[in-house]
Ligand binder design. Sequence first.
Ligand code: ZN
Ligand code: ZN
Length: 252
Amino acid sequence: MPAIRLDCLGSGHAFSHGRDWSGFLLDGRVLLDAPPQTLAALYRVGGAEAVARLDLVLLSHLHADHILGMDLLLLEVTQGAAAALRGASPLAVAGPPGTYARLRGIVGVSDRLPARTDPRLAWLESDAPNRFRWGDIEVERGLMEHDPRVIAHGYRIHVGGRVVAYTGDTRSCDAIETLAAGADVLILECGGPPSPGRDATHLDWPDVSALRARLPSATRMLVTHYDPLTAPDVATLPDITLAEDGASYQFD
Ligand SMILES: [Zn+2]
Ligand SMILES: [Zn+2]
């Protein structure tokens, strides 16, 4: 079975020191969140061809660090060099209810966002939990526990005979293990620790270690959305990979 390829477009959270914001390209086809630097990062991976090969964008939630790359990405897909390279199949964008409306609100009345009815795009907004299929990619969508003011989705992506789980942003909750059950790779956030006196909205390093201890070793863990200033020495995190901006990972 082919290895799972993950290109890290960024590994930081909203306020990380010296990191781009978290996002990944899975097997060159599925974009996991669209941080502000998405288009430039995809160009670094493989130029306009990397954009042209995208089949599906999975947005975990509508916080700025996860969606602000969308307008330029969609312009490139519909009007840029990638538009000429793409085939007839539309790019699907999955996210919580209100995704398109939120992106429209960001760009305002300019034409920098293609119309919702543009046939080169398909909008798959839905409440979790559910599952859907896009071509040969099957996606299970779960509901995570993050900022209570926003809907936060995690995803299990079945692609190339493998399963990749992606938490998006979440605090410690049972949904993470549901998402990770039997997965080959779990990409999980570590946006903690919380500010003093505030409730947790993210995982913290002890949560990550506890999850590592509970999950089978066959499920590889790739930690993202973290601040390198808070990260412990990797030697204290056995069997965990800390994502690095611009790195490419292969999981057999
Ligand atoms: Zn975030
Ligand atoms: Zn968030």
